[in-house]
Design a protein around this ligand. Structure first.
Ligand code: ZN
Length: 465
């Protein structure tokens, strides 16, 4: 028995177990786990004493190299996957956007090109459908069978991304037939647009009005409607970036009725609030994303939702725009501020800090939220999302005691500010492996752009636990 890499003396953590063991890697797979493994002839030996060995993080909601509002998100598949890897995330599911009149195939091909030769870790795609004719409906099944087994639909942004209820219902029915999963941006876009126009007419143009014109009721109503449409279609539904207690209640009610309804939240809704708009001048634009920040009391409700499995996943909705020149496009009008914030790098450290260090849930639940449940829901498991013999060696050696302070001065995302500037975290990834290759070590990126591969995902196969 010999290994390309032997990780000794660590504590393996999965969604269900915590135990001391050695772990051997050969090629791109985990090949052995035992109390003691022989060190002879191993090419590389890592001593992980005092540290956790976790499955690599899976971020199922990112927007790399994405056109929006006349500009493009600042991280591409190279800088974005490098920043992700620094933060312990080794698989992303990004969004390929179908624009009006296009085939779904066109969207998939376009995003495959964006990632090709650039990604340093593995990636997959959801397909955003903005125009659903008969041809695209037919294409959904083909895409599922090529590994694009989830679709995102919008109930917001009328005239741009929004689909009507009939189209949503058709898409859900078709997804259910082929084993696809519908991801829903749940906000009532029609009502929001009227509120936005009223605000502009009253001369309310500052960044905070982006948040104040998107009420929690608009999110709760759309969440409830998405659940009802999915129930009628006999389909599962996954609510993306859930931000408030009112929407959380709708998901809880549905899950209490045993409906296959799932939801994610993101670190910004757990750590930031409307209070972040109390900054000088145009600085509030740093916090303009959708759904918007909410009153602070929602944060604890969302943490409870994560602890009690009302929410199954933490993703980032990473969609970075620089403050200079990009966010500034909306300096006189909040509706022109590109929507999105940078977060791909700090998901694990923030959720570990608030969840495990903050004693809201166990380290096993942490692994489940950031890796295992996303893998199971989105057809990546057991290749990814756990530590088991034969699984991809996507691994994080994680120091539960390392203290860091988040800052744009030290982060690796290609963006000139941090939403989490000055926040102290406890727990950080130290060594990160993508399919057996070291990508992060000693605070440095040591991987290779283009080494990341597209992952064909399996069909939706039921609840993650
Ligand atoms: Zn998004």
């Amino acid at each position: 028995m010999r290994f390309d890499t032997l990780i000794r003396n660590g504590t393996i953590v999965t969604a269900t177990d915590t135990y001391a063991a050695d772990l051997g890697i050969n090629g791109d797979k985990i090949s052995a786990i035992a109390a003691k493994l022989p060190a002879e002839n191993c090419s590389r030996i890592i001593d992980a004493a005092g540290r956790y060995i976790m499955p690599g993080g899976i971020d199922v909601h990112t927007h790399l190299d994405m056109p929006f509002g006349g500009t493009t998100s600042a991280d591409d598949f190279e800088t974005g996957t490098i920043a992700a890897a620094f933060g312990g995330t080794t698989t992303l599911i990004d969004f390929a956007i179908q624009y009006k009149g296009q085939t779904l195939r066109h969207a998939f091909d376009a995003w495959m090109k964006k990632a090709d030769g650039k990604a340093v870790a593995d990636y997959a795609f959801h397909c955003i459908i903005t125009d659903l004719g008969t041809a695209q409906l037919e294409e959904m099944g083909q895409l599922v069978h090529e590994g694009v087994s989830s679709f995102k639909l919008f109930m917001a942004y009328p005239g741009v991304f929004m689909l009507d209820d009939a189209s949503i219902f058709r898409a859900m029915s078709q997804a259910a037939k082929h084993g696809g999963l519908i991801c829903m941006h749940a906000e009532n876009g029609g009502a929001i647009d009227v509120i936005v126009q009223r605000a502009l007419a009253e001369g309310k143009r500052a960044p905070k009005y982006h948040a104040l014109t998107r009420p929690t009721t608009a999110e709760a109503e759309a969440t409830s409607r998405a659940i009802a449409l999915a129930e009628m279609a006999g389909a599962p539904v996954y609510i993306v970036h859930l931000s408030c207690n009112e929407a959380l209640e709708k998901v809880r009610e549905a899950r209490d009725r045993s409906l296959p309804v799932y939801a994610e939240t993101c670190p910004q809704y757990l750590f930031l609030s409307l209070d972040n708009f109390d900054v000088p001048g145009f600085e509030g634009a740093k916090y303009v994303f959708t759904p918007p920040l909410r009153e602070k009391w929602h944060q604890e409700k969302l943490w409870q939702g994560l602890a009690r499995d009302t929410l199954q996943v933490v993703s980032t909705d990473h969609c970075p725009f620089c403050f200079k020149e990009q966010k500034e496009l909306g300096i006189d009008d909040f509706t022109k501020i590109p929507n999105g914030g940078p977060g791909i790098e700090h998901r694990l450290s923030l959720i570990y800090t608030g969840g495990v260090h903050g004693k809201r849930f166990s380290v096993n639940r942490f692994v489940e939220l950031v890796s295992t449940a996303p893998a199971k829901l989105f057809g990546l498991y057991p290749k990814k999302g756990t530590i088991a013999i034969g699984a991809d060696a996507d691994l994080v050696v994680f120091d539960p005691n390392e203290h860091q302070v988040i800052s744009a001065k030290t982060h690796h995302m290609r963006v000139d500010y941090s939403m989490f500037e000055g926040i102290h975290t406890t727990g950080a990834p130290q060594i990160v492996f993508s399919r057996g290759r070291t990508v992060i070590e000693n605070g440095k990126f040591v991987g290779r752009p283009g080494a990341g591969q597209f992952v064909r995902r399996q069909t939706y196969s039921g609840p993650p636990s």
